[in-house]
Design a protein. Sequence first.
Length: 417
Amino acid sequence: MQIVADVGGIPGKDCRGFCKYCYFRKVKGIEALGCKNCSSGKVGCDSCTTGVRETGNEFLPPFFVVSSVQSTLMMGGYRDANLKVNISGGGDVSCYPHLLEVVNAFSDFGLPMHLGYTSGKGIDDAKMAEELVSKEVREVTFTTFSTNPIIRKEWVNDKTPEESLKALKIFCESSEVHAASVIVPGVNDGEDLLQTCAKLEEWGAKAFIMMRFANSRNQGLILGNEPILKDVDSHTLDEFEVLVRKVNDEFSFKVTGTPVCDPDNDTPFAISKDKNKEYLDILSKVTSEATILTSNIAAPFIEKIIENIEADDLVNVVAVDQDIGCLITRKDLKEVDLSQLKETVLIPGRAFVHDNESQEILSNDGINRLVARGPDKLTVDGEMSGTLSREDVLKRELIAFEDLIGAINFFGVRVEK
């Protein structure tokens, strides 16, 4: 179990400048997207304005970070021998000016630590990594991109790439490192990718997370920030999956990709695989009619699961032109063919659309539909899957789909057979 120690920080400002491929680069406006956290009568809240843009959270004072964790420990009654403090934030953790101070405090509490996403840009001297490890930093998630310092300097905007890479090597040798790279076509997806992986394997990295570069709205750039890079075409999903599986086959560490795939755990949607079909027998029976509105990546997997539980006569699956269900917005809903929808529609729990707006948009054809939210997640992404066993993944998915079926049966139109 991990307790999050949020140090705050704003992308681009508190990370020594944007990486060239950064999702938050070119973010525009303050328009409220709408989300499940909004009040019923108002579109907009902290979550779907400053929260999604990560623009409202400066680096926090160290005493605030430490006392927050103390309060959590006192109120939670934690007695887990595997408890860690996950130090993370909106900026780059290595750029947090009080990092050593809070690490020392948590070390004095006897708590091991996980450094959340860092590119190492804040490490001007690799000795800092040695000090962090000596103070019980046992796990590091390190945005690598490339182990070539020339490429890192240009693309990660790293002023001291050699020291950052030395720090990465120290972390790999002395802690559990989950390396991560956004894969940009023509930059770090060819020979450089293999060389980077070879270095990570040599140094002792435990896992490698490959992230498909997003460059268009339907790939997730919903904040008016497309394209991040002109004249760059992202890998198709099939191309990206082939690349993930190639790296997995050639190297010994754990390899996962996002939005696809985990070759070992069969995510996303492991329970859609034929070899896992038997686990579906424990799910409740679907007794109501509804439409599941989801992303274009998730749709075929969910559709297969619905077929396998013999509920496709009651439930249909409709995809919008958005890769990630959590990033579906009102714009995506407006493009849906309403003739495909039943009287009840379930949208992803974390979709960025206000409940009243989703109801209005999806009833524009004169049919007063009931629109409800399903579970926040139906599967696990590559970042989470890499830390879980196959059994853990199956358990999480089965719980999520049981919740989904519960929502279908509760909100849907009951069918008597």
